[in-house]
Design a protein around this ligand. Structure first.
Ligand code: NAI
Length: 344
């Protein structure tokens, strides 16, 4: 029986994976701790390590996993910026869950936008205190506003469809625009200059790290709303704070934050937050922060568990590996092997 060592396990993960593994096909050992050089020894004896967005799967950790004979890194998420896939290439295979519920993330992005624009978070707190005043709650119509969508993959396209339902004008930017999609692709500068709202749905890469910075903020419309459900480091958080303080940015809706790994997913109430930038953002009335919860729906959790166990089964029992990610596929647009087979 293959042994899976599962890092950063939460109660909802354990429930969904135990359900998907009802027949007891795999031995799963759950650890609450995250994978890092300090904890990698827990993977001793494992065939697979199962990790999430904030586990550290850098070069040293990969070396240690290879030394222990671990065969597979199974990401239970779509993004893999936390994995050094170049170091892994040729030594340890990496699989992921490319889509668990793109609807979950796109719907959360719209939930954040509506909450922000219609001040729902403020109204909720007020009425609980029997304060029925409307002062300061004026919003604006989404209808007719221009939304710039960066990344037109699975999540981006669903978000676009939702925005269409609101009667918004949609402009898009993608590094690899989809031909004949009917989408209105424009340059990144046009996104900054023309959008009333900008929503990020692209992966984080070396190239787009801090794509929102002092320079891009300077090009944006006054009062622009930024929605980030993608990866925190797309936005330079200090530049964001400055942009809000200068009244250039009208609001920010953040499900991700560049230094989230130290705080998100944990109950930090009763603690002093060391991260001054995050504390400042949370203190601002026009910033809404959720702690990387966009994916968190029942449908997504059960898809994550089933796809992860299928990825593992396929890897060990067949030549195929549909959801493999590898350095060569990413960097050079193709592995020496056929696409659906294992990359090495
Ligand atoms: P996808 O792979 O279907 O689409 C990504 C799109 O981004 C593609 O069209 C691609 O061409 C484009 N792209 C790649 N590099 C780009 C660049 N430098 N600039 C602009 N566009 C670029 O991915 P999907 O499923 O739509 O997910 C998007 C992102 O959402 C993921 O990479 C992940 O970071 C994030 N995500 C967040 C979750 C959350 O809970 N907050 C859950 C799942 C995903």
């Amino acid at each position: 029986m293959k042994k899976i060592v599962f890092f950063d396990a939460k109660d909802y993960d354990i429930q969904s994976f135990d359900k998907a593994n009802e027949g007891g096909e795999y031995e799963i050992k759950y650890y609450e701790t995250r994978l890092s050089m300090d904890t990698v020894s827990l993977a001793k004896g494992a065939d697979v390590v199962c990790v999430f967005v904030n586990d550290d799967v850098g070069a040293d950790v990969i070396d240690a996993l290879c030394k222990m004979g671990v065969k597979l890194i199974a990401l239970r998420c779509a993004g893999y910026n936390n994995v050094d896939i170049e170091r892994a290439y040729g030594r340890i295979n990496v699989v992921r869950v490319p889509a668990y519920s793109p609807y979950a993330v796109a719907e959360h992005a719209m939930a954040l936008l509506l909450t922000s624009v219609r001040r729902i978070h403020k109204a909720y707190n007020r009425t609980r205190d029997y304060n029925f005043s409307l002062s300061g709650l004026t919003g604006f119509d989404l209808h007719g506003k221009t939304v710039g969508v960066i990344g037109t993959g699975k999540i981006g396209r669903i978000f676009i469809d939702i925005c269409k339902g609101f009667g918004m004008n949609i402009i898009c930017y993608d590094k690899f625009p989809q031909e004949n999609s009917g989408l209105n692709y424009v340059s990144l500068d046009e996104i900054w200059e023309k959008s009333d709202i900008i929503s990020f749905h692209c992966p984080l890469t070396d190239e787009n790290h801090h794509m929102v910075n002092g320079d891009s903020i300077a090009k944006m419309k006054k009062g622009v709303i930024l929605i980030n459900t993608s990866r925190g480091a797309l936005i330079d958080a200090d530049a964001l704070v400055n942009g809000i303080k200068e009244r250039k940015i009208g609001a920010a809706c953040l499900d991700v934050y560049e230094e989230e790994s130290d705080v998100f997913f944990h109950d930090r109430s009763g603690h002093i937050i060391d991260d001054d930038t995050l504390a400042r953002l949370i203190s601002m009335p026009n910033v809404i922060v959720t702690s990387h919860q966009a994916f968190l729906t029942e449908e997504a959790l059960s898809n994550i568990a089933e796809t992860t166990l299928n990825n593992i089964k396929q890897f060990f029992e067949t030549d195929r590996c549909d959801n493999e990610i590898c350095y060569k596929c990413q960097k050079f647009g193709g592995c020496p092997k056929k696409h659906q087979n294992k990359c090495f």
